[in-house]
Design a protein around this ligand. Structure first.
Ligand SMILES: C[S@@+](CC[C@H](N)C(=O)[O-])C[C@H]1O[C@@H](n2cnc3c(N)ncnc32)[C@H](O)[C@@H]1O
Length: 246
């Protein structure tokens, strides 16, 4: 197991942010991303299933959308973990509704301190996680610890489009459209997320540019680190394998 790391203020913030979102999370995430979220998830699922894994960990699984998509695309056993109880409860109900309880187990845990032994999983996925941890480099180290040598890791995050016209549209949407659309479609909790998201994404990449993420993955013993911007750079897929001797 990794070194003991106490829950942080950021963990408390994430829990409070996500507590009221579960029931309509998947629908609103789809609508508010103009349908792009499903394409991005698909790209992550494809990376994971291409490795033909037998045992997969989906970190920050939320209501288990990605977890279920992986289960539908391969015959692996999957463990989903998340920090927020309400998200997991919704995930549990979605897993049951899909008849996938025999292959998917969900548990409360923090990405910073996973309750699994070294090399337990031969594939690990995570989506929209690193903006909610204090130290992405340490967290990717903890994820890599649980990945077997030769195993695959893949993730999905929002990003900031670089091309000026796309950036202008993205900025206007995240600063103005998203809070309004969130509030109108999901009420107070989604207005709060809508206001939070754009500045949070921008600030995250000011503190942790993509190059720093790539360096952290390599330092964690991950090799062939690849990145793929999606939807003009509004999304970003990253994937890699754990070096055989790491
Ligand atoms: C935007 S949601 C994404 C959920 C899911 N991955 C998806 O794409 O549908 C982010 C999730 O990360 C979880 N989370 C935030 N910080 C975490 C941490 N340190 N460890 C585990 N889960 C965390 C939240 O509880 C929330 O469910």
């Amino acid at each position: 197991m990794g070194t003991k790391r106490a829950p942080t203020e950021v963990n408390g913030f994430a829990r409070s942010l996500f507590r009221d979102l579960p029931s309509r999370y998947d629908t609103l995430a789809y609508l508010l991303s103009f349908g792009q979220d499903r394409r991005w998830r698909r790209a992550v699922v494809d990376r994971i299933t291409a490795a033909h894994p037998k045992k997969v960990l989906d970190v920050a699984c939320g209501p288990a959308g990605v977890t279920l998509a992986i289960a539908a695309a391969c015959d692996a056993e999957i463990v989903g973990i998340d920090l927020t109880e309400d998200m997991l409860r919704e995930g549990l109900s979605n897993v049951r509704a899909a008849g996938a309880s025999d292959r998917i187990k969900l548990a409360i845990a923090r990405a910073e301190e996973l309750p699994f032994g070294d090399g337990t999983f031969d594939a690990i996925s995570f989506s929209y996680l690193m903006r909610y941890v204090d130290d992405p480099a340490t967290t990717i180290g903890e994820l890599a610890r649980c990945l077997a040598p030769g195993g695959t890791i893949a993730c999905l995050e929002f990003h900031v489009p670089r091309w000026a016209p796309a950036h202008a549209v993205w900025w206007l949407y995240t600063r103005v459209g998203l809070p309004i659309a969130g509030g109108l479609s999901g009420g107070r909790a989604w207005y709060r997320v809508g206001r939070f998201l754009g500045p949070n994404i921008s600030n995250h990449y000011l503190r942790h540019p993509v190059g720093a993420h790539v360096a952290a993955w390599r330092a964690a013993g991950l090799q062939d680190v690849r990145i793929k911007p999606m939807s003009f750079g509004g999304g970003l897929i990253m994937w890699a394998t754990r070096a055989a001797g790491a």
